[in-house]
Write a protein that binds this ligand. Sequence first.
Ligand code: AMP
Length: 408
Amino acid sequence: MKFTEFGFDPRLMEGIDASGYEDATPVQEQVIPLVMQGKDVIASAQTGTGKTAAFLLPLIHKIISTPHEDHTNNALVVVPTRELAIQIAQNLEGLSYFTSVSSIAVYGGGDGNAFVQEKKALSQGADLVICTPGKMMSHIKMGYVKLSGLKYLVLDEADRMLDMGFYDDIMFIIKHLPPKRQNLLFSATMPPKIRELARKILHQPAEVNIAISKPNERIRQEAFVVYDTQKIPLVKYLLQKKEFKSVLIFCSSKLSVKQLTRDLKRARLNADEIHSDLDQEKREEVLMRFRSRRLPILVATDILSRGIDIDNIELVINYDVPHDGEDYVHRIGRTARAEADGTAYTFVSQREQRKFQAIERLIGNVVPKATIPPELGETPSYNTAPSGGNRSGKRRFNKPRSNRNKTR
Ligand code: AMP
């Protein structure tokens, strides 16, 4: 479906053209007409499906083409992380470039200057406010946020927000909004607690289901079954064997992010780290270097697994097995974005084997196992028996692989 078919304002069409979008993605095709009709929507759609533009485009169109009060905030987009808020704000800037839409991103970790700017925008009224729940709640509590004319509420990555414990903050924000408004809820997964939230907030919503709990087929996935002590030598081996332009390594704790980064630096690899102990400025600076390819290796906690859009990551390494299948899909989904292909390696230690088997069941696929180079020593066997892993998988695990195939 072409964007010309939605009946968007010509100024918005210019921004869409300039952003290089030609055809609408499936989530856009389904969500945009519903939002244009004024319906509440609950959509299960993951990052990478084009969900951001699915809500931004119709909201920008409505804001610029219908009369509205100037001195109020018009639309509120609530998101789980600062990084996602910044990314959506950047997306918005591109799409709305030829319009007069005003916007502000409101998130924690900024300095006094950022606070003054946020306060000013929120008390004068911005067309679109993109915010993290905690920071928005603090502003509302101070009493100057103009919400009387607010017409649109978007909850993005709602499942993630609930996982992060933002339920009360979200409900606090909603209590301060006018009851008559259009509500959109996006979530990668639809567990019962999201349904419950939707029942409380949405009014006769239309439902759109684009969730793909399966990894993109263009991602080449491999797992290395290793002992914990082999993880660092293996990561160094893989990174030294081939010069990658862009590698994202996920660890499940800040501690292992820090330790691994230190080891990689010692091995003279150009690596840096990102996690919640860094201040906002440092996080943005690291991300910018990574995006612009000046930094080829970034070691991260799950802070980056969802929502962050960095193009053309060649390789994702799961240094630890992610907690569940959704996290796995999100993490490896950082590669093979847009048209590019990508590779995802997962290191599976002995105690992580069960967790990884559960992931394989969830994604409905057995991830091929690669053997590590002999100089890194013997590896444990992959025990598929106890929790009823699927049989075809067993056959594949035992298939010998040549050294050349293993680590490329
Ligand atoms: P999202 O799922 O919103 O994070 O979007 C993923 C990426 O797809 C972003 O880089 C968007 O700019 C891009 N994108 C969104 N919609 C389209 C489209 N219709 N055509 C091409 N790229 C798009």
